[in-house]
Design a protein around this ligand. Structure first.
Ligand SMILES: Nc1ncnc2c1ncn2[C@@H]1O[C@H](COP(=O)(O)OP(=O)(O)OP(=O)(O)O)[C@@H](O)[C@H]1O
Length: 363
């Protein structure tokens, strides 16, 4: 177990800056997930922590010690790759034992460590098989086993489940949660799948454009995003955004107009900055409902674009007259066939964003 500090770390490839002044503190034993769209720099940051990529600017501290120039093999970190990276001619046992064999550990110690890892990962019966004789999930477990036997201070996972089918991903996700509970080791995990991130993370780090946009618990990010990017990235279906004009600001409420072109809504809000004329309303699907008419405030006329019926929930994708797409979760079955509807916002579930994308919070 180890804590990790990333202090003002930047990285460029040629003239392209892929990490820009990243600061992050990871506590010992924490499960931290880096998430963000393709190319945002999450794998680069992970590889810099592992030492596979050099870190010329800023500091990476493991248990207080600067490791920027420490050899990857001596950092006490172990990485698990998306591609498994197993030796095809070696058995599962030999693959898992490889680093210990190279370090000339005694045979009895190697066997004990591999057997212990195999028991944790339920691989005991597969140790004689070569990678070609294992399923994707089993191969990934061998790759994780190879990391476990090294008894690292920090595990680094680079999209380890991306090559697995949907069902196996869910199963492996649960296994990783149990593994973390069993070992208690610091784990850093990269994925572009936000559901994976939300289910695994103690702390989630949302990145975009080489910058940490926000970090916190998954529910902090879901309920209280700092900006429009985080709000839109976290959650499925995604948060809907509607532009509005600021009509009236009072002590504990503001009135917005022009939602979807016409509608108005009054929101509880303290300390709204005078002078702001335009905002964007962000609202999650659970704070929207289909209304019978537009008599209540915060109700917008919309056209049904398409309906997804998933059994336990129905998502109605609607288009406002302004062209904005709004997704409503409804337990009213059988919306297929409807072409027009009214969508009502629950004022208590509305978040406000400035036109610069930053969150406007109530005082
Ligand atoms: N060795 C390299 N040389 C030049 N550019 C690179 C190199 N490695 C990565 N990049 C670029 O740096 C940026 C960040 O890449 P990185 O792999 O960290 O992104 P990512 O967030 O992990 O994306 P993905 O989810 O697609 O794996 C990308 O624009 C990528 O093209």
């Amino acid at each position: 177990m180890a804590d990790l500090q990333i202090i003002n770390v930047s990285k460029s490839y040629g003239t392209v800056e892929v990490l820009r002044g990243v600061n992050l503190s990871i506590a010992s034993g924490e499960f931290v997930v880096f998430v963000g769209p393709s190319g945002c720099g999450k794998s680069t940051l992970l590889r810099m922590i592992s030492g596979l990529e050099d870190a010329p600017l800023g500091e990476i501290r493991l248990d207080g010690k600067v490791v920027n120039k420490v050899d990857p093999a001596k950092r006490g970190v172990a990485m698990v790759f998306q591609s498994y990276a197993l030796y095809p001619h070696m058995t599962a046992f030999q693959n898992m034992a490889f680093s210990l064999t190279m370090a000339r550990e005694p045979k009895a110690v190697i066997k004990e460590k591999v057997d212990r890892a195999a028991a944790i990962l339920r691989l005991e019966k597969l140790l004689d098989r070569r990678p070609g004789e294992l399923s994707g999930g089993q191969k990934q477990r061998v790759a994780i086993g190879r990391a476990i036997v090294r008894e690292p201070k920090v595990f680094l996972f680079d999209e380890p489940l991306s090559n697995l089918d949907a069902e196996l991903r869910v199963q492996m996700r649960a296994e990783l949660i149990q593994l973390h509970a069993k070992l208690g080791t610091t784990m850093i995990y990269v994925t572009h799948d936000q559901v994976e991130a939300m289910t695994l993370a103690d702390k989630m780090v949302v990145m975009n454009g080489g910058i940490i946009q926000q970090c916190g618990t998954p529910l902090d990010l879901y309920d209280d995003p700092d900006n429009r990017f985080v709000a839109g990235f976290i959650g499925s279906p995604k948060m809907s955004f509607i532009k509005a004009k600021v009509e009236n600001v009072r002590g504990e409420a503001i009135t917005l107009s022009g939602l979807g072109g016409r509608a108005t809504v009054e929101l509880p809000f303290c300390g709204f900055a005078p002078g702001v004329r335009e905002v964007e309303v962000g609202v999650r699907t659970e704070h929207l409902e289909i209304a019978g008419d537009d008599s209540a405030t915060g109700t917008v006329a919309a056209k049904v674009a398409f309906v997804e019926e998933l059994g336990d929930a129905t998502f109605i994708h609607t288009d406002l007259p302004t062209g904005e797409r709004v997704v409503v979760r409804s337990n009213m079955a059988r919306h297929k066939g409807s072409t027009e509807c009214f969508v009502r916002l629950d004022p208590a579930g509305v978040l406000l964003f400035g036109m610069d994308g930053e969150r406007i919070r109530s005082a």
